[in-house]
Write a protein that binds this ligand. Structure first.
Ligand code: ASP
Length: 254
């Protein structure tokens, strides 16, 4: 639209700046809010010594999330890549090294997207046709790490509050965690926000999120790395399937 489009561009970038500023303010106040939530929890438990078991529980919860993510990233995804994508997982992960490190340090799949594309295309030989379709879509909707984390977090909150979850509730958690992960944006802590959907679906207290806030900065990095790894594996699998279906179209891939 040439010059006429500038008004729309200016409007959208001003809106973006505004939202970024609001997020910045929230991040400035977040430590005070988290402090308040944790202090409230300690008070309700009747002091720090009584709170200690809860603290230990948060440690076990973190271990469970990390262990689950590790099984998914080191066993499940490489097997899919090897069997369906017909690629060597070790070589593939080496090519994705920069993207995975960036995902860990930024906790954002969207911010990592350029490096994910570079890793799949330049290092792993995936065609631009596949990566430019699969990866941007994957960075927003394919969040395996987030889905896994949301399910574990919901179960943890239920256990801390002493709420018994039957098989039906557990299936609801599994389904809503998947949907909530799809809804989460590829930005830091997005999964924490969409987790309200999971908690609401099975009637768990939303304040329970306060319990896991303190450790979420770290778990977010771990799950984002798995999210990006999952997207990269997806690109490898689609590339192989596509070239099998339409070899002439996948000709631009090496
Ligand atoms: N930070 C995650 C990502 O960008 C989303 C989340 O689980 O919070 O992939």
């Amino acid at each position: 639209m040439g010059k006429r489009g500038h008004t729309a561009i200016d409007f959208i970038s001003a809106l973006n700046d505004g939202v970024m500023q609001i997020v910045h303010w929230i991040m400035v106040f977040a430590p005070i809010g988290i402090f308040g939530l944790v202090a409230g929890r300690i008070g309700r438990a009747g002091g720090f010594t009584q709170f200690l078991p809860e603290l230990l529980a948060v440690g076990k919860y973190s271990f469970t999330v990390i262990f689950g993510l590790a099984i998914h990233a080191v066993i499940a995804l490489p097997i899919i890549l090897f069997l369906v994508g017909k690629r060597n997982p070790l070589t593939y992960v080496k090519g994705m090294g920069a993207a995975l490190l960036n995902a860990f340090s930024t906790a954002s799949s969207s911010a990592t997207l350029p490096l994910t594309m570079e890793g799949t295309e330049k290092k792993n030989g995936i065609s631009n046709r596949t990566s430019s379709f699969v990866l941007p879509l994957g960075a927003t909707i394919n969040m395996d790490g987030t889905a896994l984390y949301e399910a574990v977090a919901a179960m943890f909150i239920a256990q801390v509050y002493g709420i018994d979850l039957g098989p039906v509730e557990q299936v609801v958690i599994f389904l809503t965690a998947t949907v909530a992960a799809i809804g989460a944006a590829g930005i830091p802590e997005a999964g924490l926000v969409t987790m309200m959907i999971v908690l609401k679906a099975v009637g768990l207290p939303i304040e329970g999120i306060g319990l896991i806030l303190t450790i979420d900065w770290f778990l977010d990095r771990c799950r984002t790395t798995v999210n990006v790894w999952g997207d990269s594996v997806g690109a490898g699998v689609i590339e192989t399937l596509e070239s099998e279906v339409a070899p002439e179209q996948g000709a631009d891939s090496p």
